[in-house]
Design a protein around this ligand. Structure first.
Ligand code: GLP
Length: 227
């Protein structure tokens, strides 16, 4: 899955060197990021004209915190490849509302996203757009659901304060991406993956809204596909 996803990235940057990539965190894309780092070190990839925008960030969180998405992205990808520019919502800001407005403006100024990488939460969240009766168009500060807090608690050590809110881009920016690549990995995701192939939009599964996008590729590993 990671190798095939890296091929999609490689084709994108070869066809359009100044591509804008939408990037995701979580355990799922780590294999892809490793593969991109490997191909870059072998001289097979060049991101020197490309930009990236991450989907989300915990709030509040210090950039130096090992669980911040800032730390994650630098550790797994940005320290190893050569993007011209990288952007992540600022988990340290004291004005989150302004940060959200500015983040959308930066994506727009870059011309929007060419290839949006997505993972999926056990509850069907994308970015940190959690199941809800309403979905946000713009970047926003959102409360995390108990199921997401529980799923991600494995990354925080005992006694450590886990942020209960996050900054996330909304469906406006996700849907304006020209292409979407959704990665699903692991047996734990088999159930939610199956729902995406029901040909139905579930109001309580944010990822099912992606069925409305004209260019979505879903790649999953065997374990996720066995559901
Ligand atoms: C976090 C991120 C999502 C990601 C999800 C799944 O909640 N905000 O963008 O898709 O985790 O993570 P994992 O791949 O570890 O299951």
């Amino acid at each position: 899955m990671s190798y095939a996803a890296a091929d999609v990235f490689a084709r994108q940057v070869a066809q359009k060197p100044d591509s804008v990539f939408g990037l995701a965190t979580g355990s799922t894309p780590i294999g892809l990021y490793d593969e991109l780092a490997k191909r870059y070190s072998e001289g097979k990839l060049d991101f020197s004209k490309a930009k990236s925008f991450n989907l989300d960030e915990y709030y509040p969180i210090k950039r130096t915190h090992e669980q911040s998405y800032y730390y994650f992205m630098n550790h797994y990808l940005f320290d190893k490849v050569n993007f011209a520019e990288t952007h992540i919502p600022d988990g340290e800001t004291d004005n989150p509302e302004q940060e959200c407005v500015d983040y959308d403006a930066k994506i727009k100024a870059a011309g929007g996203v060419d290839l949006q990488l997505l993972g999926i939460g056990f509850n069907g969240h994308v970015g940190f757009n959690e199941p809800s009766s309403t979905y946000m168009m713009r970047t926003n500060l959102t409360d995390l659901t108990n199921s997401t807090l529980e799923a991600n608690s494995r990354f925080f050590s005992e006694g450590e304060i886990q942020p209960t809110t996050a900054l996330t881009i909304g469906f406006g920016a996700i849907f304006s991406a020209k292409k979407i690549l959704l990665l699903i990995s692991g047996a734990g995701k088999a159930e939610i993956a199956k729902k995406l192939f029901d040909d139905k939009i579930y109001t309580d599964i944010p990822a099912s809204l992606l069925l409305l996008h004209p260019d979505v590729t879903v790649m999953m590993d065997k374990a996720a596909a066995e559901g």
